[in-house]
Design a protein around this ligand. Structure first.
Ligand SMILES: [Zn+2]
Ligand SMILES: [Zn+2]
Length: 302
């Protein structure tokens, strides 16, 4: 690495000199979706990088349906990239996109639910593969066990945004029996609770938020914001090779303690760079924090 932490590009520039045209102006990208996510994703990518989103109506459920388990970003990242490749193969395009969400307890604040949205982008012509991520406490992810649509249940429904947000009703404590997905109708909901409660060993139905994006406006908003984030990233070209997608590559831990200067688990630097040629630079934390509170230090506060 050279002075200032800047690493030289290993791959040849895309074009000499460069011009006002973005390399993706008018280029097609496959979006694997069955539920209209193009409405959320296409406008931002068109406006920022000039990409033309083409829908690949492939069965992404083949890669596993959403289950609402604890977030596993590694797995979700893999799934998002695999979905993007399904779309590319279906349309025979060198570029692909796919979104994936996971929901569960917040990774640091365990009692607070969090949503993590991923948006994968692949360009096999340039050799680019990147996954943008957005985590938010703005999620309605929740469940309740109930016998009837009593006051507690109605309060739950209001809190999760029913009926603009759909719910799932299933038999409590069992994986088989009646299952109602995408419920947004009050009379259907009452019937579903009765049937699932009657089929359950403890007389309860389990109500869950339906986290499929097309039934969950909160997720739709998060995906649209993530698409804008990806668009901004693709609009930034690498200063060394000209490839789109210059941005955050990695967060490096080890911020020194303000009291004893030992490294902590907090992020010390961000590595920004190019996913194509490896050009990168180390930047201090974007929030300006230069040392860690001794409360976060393993030496001062073991
Ligand atoms: Zn310390
Ligand atoms: Zn580059």
């Amino acid at each position: 690495m050279g002075p200032g932490g800047v690493r030289a590009g290993r791959r040849a520039p895309l074009r000499a000199g460069g011009g006002p045209r973005h390399p993706y102006a008018g280029a097609a990208v496959a979006l694997a979706t069955m539920h209209g996510k193009q409405r959320l994703i296409a406008p931002a990518l068109q406006a920022t990088a000039g990409l033309r989103v083409v829908v690949a109506a492939v069965d992404t459920d083949a890669l596993g349906t959403f289950t609402g388990e604890v977030p596993r970003p590694g797995t979700a990242r893999h799934t998002a990239l695999a979905k993007a490749r399904l779309g590319m193969r279906a349309l025979d395009l060198p570029r692909g996109l796919a979104s994936e969400g996971s929901f569960g307890p917040h990774p640091e604040l365990v009692l607070i639910p969090a949503g993590i949205e991923l948006l994968a982008f692949i360009d096999d012509e340039l050799g680019i593969e990147l996954v943008e991520q957005r985590s938010s406490e703005r999620t309605n992810f929740a469940h309740i066990e109930t016998r009837a649509s009593d006051r507690r249940t109605l309060a739950f429904l209001e809190r999760v945004g029913f009926p603009s947000h759909a719910v799932v009703v299933r038999v409590n404590g069992a994986h088989d029996g009646p299952l109602f997905k995408g419920v947004t109708d009050v009379s259907l909901l009452e019937r579903a609770i009765r049937q699932c409660a009657a089929a359950s060993g403890d007389g309860r139905a389990r109500l869950e938020t339906d986290m499929r994006a097309h039934l969950n406006p909160t997720r739709m908003g998060e995906i649209a914001a993530l698409a804008a984030q990806l668009g901004e990233r693709l609009a930034r070209l690498c200063p060394a090779c000209g490839a789109p997608g210059h941005g955050l590559l990695e967060r490096q831990r080890g911020l020194p303690c303000c009291h004893c200067a030992q490294p902590t688990e907090l992020v010390a630097h961000e590595l920004h760079g190019c996913v194509r040629c490896g050009h990168s630079e180390r930047r201090p934390r974007a929030d300006g924090l230069r040392c860690a509170d001794p409360g976060c230090c393993g030496h001062c506060n073991p």
